[in-house]
Each structure stands twice: as C-alpha cells, then as structure tokens.
Ligand binder design. Structure first.
Ligand code: SF4
Length: 74
C-alpha cells in the first residue's frame, strides 16, 4: 500500500519499483482470520493468517503488521 504513495521527486518517482497487489479482495462480511490484508499481501506468512497484528509504533509511525519493515526474515 505504501508503494502507491507518490514521491515528490520526479526522478525518484520514475526510478522506484511499484508493488502491484495480486489476489481477490476479501469479503467485508466474512474477513479472513489474522491480518485482514493477508489474502493480498506479498509478505504474508503463517502468523499473518492466524494472528491479528497489534497496533504498535515503529520508527515513530503506528503500524499493525507482523513485518512492518521491507525485509521479511523467513
Ligand atoms: S501482518 Fe503485515 S505482512 Fe502480514 S499480511 Fe498483514 S500487512 Fe502483510
């Protein structure tokens, strides 16, 4: 989702790689277990499908994600 935010520098904007999400949107009346974004997230792991991530602060920003940085450890 963050890759959809434009960068206010035209050169940097052209050079960056945008992440295109795949998969179907989940039903709002029957959301998936765990993180509601797990059916479309390219970083989703088993914990994302079983445990809802808690809101916490990472680098002064509130996030609700088990893997809030760009790298995924496993
Ligand atoms: S918890 Fe984070 S990594 Fe896992 S599915 Fe949700 S947004 Fe993706």
């Amino acid at each position: 989702m963050l890759s959809a935010i434009p960068i206010p520098d035209p050169a940097a904007e052209r050079a960056r790689e945008q992440i295109i999400l795949k998969g179907d949107l989940p039903s709002p009346t029957n959301p998936p277990t765990g993180c509601v974004f797990n059916t479309r997230c390219w970083k989703a792991k088993d914990i994302c499908r079983s445990t809802e991530p808690l809101l916490r602060i990472v680098d002064k920003t509130e996030v609700a994600c088990h893997f809030p940085t760009a790298e995924v450890g496993n």
